[in-house]
Design a protein. Sequence first.
Length: 381
Amino acid sequence: MPTSLGHPHRKPASTQAALGRLLADLKHDAPEAAARVVTCSPDVASSTNLGGWINKTGVWSVQDRRDWFADDRERVLKWSEVSNGQHIELGIAEVNLVGLLGELGATWSRWGERLIPIATLYDPFVSRALEPWSYGIYSGGQSILVGTPSGVTLAPEGGAHQSITTPSIGLEQPGCVAWEPAFGQDLEWCFLHAMSQVGVPSGTSAYFRLSTRPIDPALARLPEEPTLLERRRRQAIAGGYRVTSHDLASEQVTLVGVGAMMPEVLAAAELLESEGVTAGVVCLTSPDLVFRSWQQRSSRAPGAGGGIVEDLFPSSHPAPLVTVLDGHPHTLSFLAGVRGDRTRCLGVTEFGQSSGLEDAYALHGIDTGSIADAALTLLGR
């Protein structure tokens, strides 16, 4: 399994679109890995960006079926049903989806043949399939579940499609690592790492919470020097990294962002700078792994003690924290205990509404102004 596909991420793109590109590229860039991938979805294959992958691999069927639209040269999605297809479509049946996911994820131990099953569904429906998904993991099935789109970032589609509690579900699910990367490059690194952990002894499942919001990759401030770029990759797959690079001794407040909220977090840091406040910015790719790192700090078990939490929040430089995510704010409330910092957790605690993105963020207090206001309040200004 490669650690990176090596393609540049220069244009604004959503993490959902980045996943579609990764899978489409995988067939060419890592054919041996791609041969083990099986994707599944409950009637949302095209709306979760699996189209490129399906065009290259086909849809699985017991027998080859005639493609009645083969002569349509303008169609974007080629729904070719063949016996060697690598996508399985289940219709509106999330429980069946995760049941299949658990079975496909157990072939490595039952038959000695590794598969990497990847399922996509709209994030709010993770709760609908929660019990059988958890049972599949408990029974030894290793797989990747992708919840996308997610959060109130999906505001134009209305409140019914906006997820709030799923970040907490992912963090609390045993046998599974929860991820919510913000940038396309982070998604690529973390997803390839998650794939490498599926279908192997002592492996683990993964849950990715993705978004349809395009984000400018320049905001990630990726280093160009190869050694530093590899260091950033290792930080991303460990749970997070610092975007800002100022002297930590000068940091007055630390802003912690997750996923689609990073543009607002970085804009708030700039706004605070204009007010004479030095704000550090931490981007978490996996609050789950950061929580585990914090928990392991006091562990005496051999091999335990991931240190990413100390890299992100060094005990030698405490500062008030403002945490922001498009989900329930209690997901990141544990960060207050890392150093005992005064903390304000921003997130979504009410049902969503149909609106524009700026209005949705302002309604729930996760817009740029609300983040900067929370920071200034913690500083007594």
